[in-house]
Design a binder for this molecule. Structure first.
Ligand SMILES: [Zn+2]
Length: 279
C-alpha cells in the first residue's frame, strides 16, 4: 500500500507505529497493519494524543501585543534616508527620513529682534530673514494681548546639532534622546525656519507644560496667522518621530500653515497631500 514519495512523516512507538500516507493514517502493531480508517472521535483523540506527544500546538493562538505609544514608531525612522534637495523652499521637509548635509546652511540668516530666555534683547538667535520678520510680528501680536513669549533656540548648524544630540544621548541614552533631539542633519533648526519658544511664566524653560500656559494656548490658535505651525503636536509621535513639543515652531508660510491648521495635519501630511511628495 505504501506509495513511493507519499510518506510525509512517521513516529516510532514501542508497539504501535503510525504513518501518514496521502490523506490517510495507517497504524501498525509490531509491523502488522491494525487499522486504516478511523471514526471521527478516534481520529480526534489520536490527533490530540499525537499533538501532545510531539508537543506541536494543534490550535495556534496569537494575541496581538499591546501597542506602546512611546515605542511603536514608524518602522523606518533613520533608515532609507533621502538627502534634501536645497534649502530655499519655506516648505522644505526635514525629518528622520529627509536629511540635510553638513554643509547645508541658509544664506539669509539674521538675528531676530525679540526677547531671549533671559528676558534680554536677543543678540544671538538667528532665523531666515522671512521667518525672522514673521516671528517678530508674532511676538508683537502676542505681547499686545499680554502673552509674553521668549525665544530660546533658532538656527543651529550641523556641528552644533551634533554636539547637542551627543550630549542628550550621554545624558538620557540613545532611545530616549531620539524622542526629542534630532540626529545631526535631521534637525529643522538647521533650516533656519524653526524656533523654540518659552514664556516669562516658565522663566524661559523648555518644558511640555508650555502647552498649558496662556502663551502655549495662544500659539495653538494664532501661530498659523503668521505662517507658523506647532511642528510636533500631541499624540502624533508615531508619525513625526518626535514627542509632543508645544515649544517648537516651524515657519512654513501663511497659506500652508492655514491649511495645516484647518485639517489638523502634521507637516508630513501637508507635504504628501498638497505637495504630492512621498514621506
Ligand atoms: Zn526645536
Amino acid at each position: 500500500m505504501q506509495r513511493k514519495g507519499m510518506k510525509s512523516s512517521g513516529k516510532r512507538h514501542p508497539i504501535f507505529t503510525w504513518n501518514f500516507y496521502e490523506g490517510e493514517i495507517v497504524v501498525t502493531k509490531h509491523g502488522f497493519k491494525v487499522k486504516k480508517r478511523f471514526s471521527l472521535m478516534t481520529g480526534v483523540i489520536f490527533l490530540v494524543a499525537l499533538g501532545g506527544w510531539t508537543e506541536l500546538p494543534l490550535e495556534a493562538t496569537y494575541e496581538r501585543p499591546a501597542v506602546d505609544a512611546e515605542t511603536a514608531l514608524k518602522a523606518n525612522f533613520y533608515e532609507d534616508v533621502k538627502i534634501v534637495d536645497g534649502l530655499d523652499s519655506y516648505q522644505v521637509l526635514v525629518n528622520k527620513n529627509f536629511a540635510l548635509t553638513p554643509d547645508d546652511a541658509p544664506k539669509d540668516l539674521r538675528v531676530i529682534q525679540v526677547l531671549d530666555a533671559n528676558r534680554n534683547f536677543n543678540l544671538t538667535i538667528k532665523m531666515r530673514s522671512r521667518a525672522a520678520d514673521m516671528v517678530e510680528q508674532l511676538f508683537q501680536a502676542a505681547a499686545a494681548e499680554d502673552y509674553n513669549l521668549l525665544a530660546v533656540s533658532g538656527y543651529r548648524s550641523y556641528p552644533h546639532q551634533k554636539d547637542l544630540y551627543e550630549y542628550y544621548v550621554q545624558e538620557h541614552g540613545k532611545k530616549e534622546a531620539d524622542r526629542f533631539s534630532a540626529r545631526p542633519g535631521h534637525s529643522e533648526h538647521q533650516t533656519g525656519l524653526a524656533l523654540d519658544v518659552s514664556s516669562i511664566s516658565l522663566d524661559g524653560k523648555i518644558t511640555e507644560n508650555f502647552g498649558e500656559t496662556p502663551e502655549g494656548i495662544w500659539l495653538v490658535n494664532n501661530a498659523h496667522l503668521f505662517g507658523f505651525i506647532i511642528r510636533y503636536p500631541e499624540e502624533r509621535e508615531q508619525e513625526t518621530g518626535f514627542m509632543y513639543e508645544p515649544w517648537h515652531l516651524r515657519y512654513v508660510g501663511i497659506a500652508p500653515a492655514r491649511i495645516i491648521q484647518q485639517n489638523n495635519w502634521i507637516f508630513e501630511e501637508y507635504v504628501e497631500n498638497v505637495l504630492g511628495m512621498a514621506r
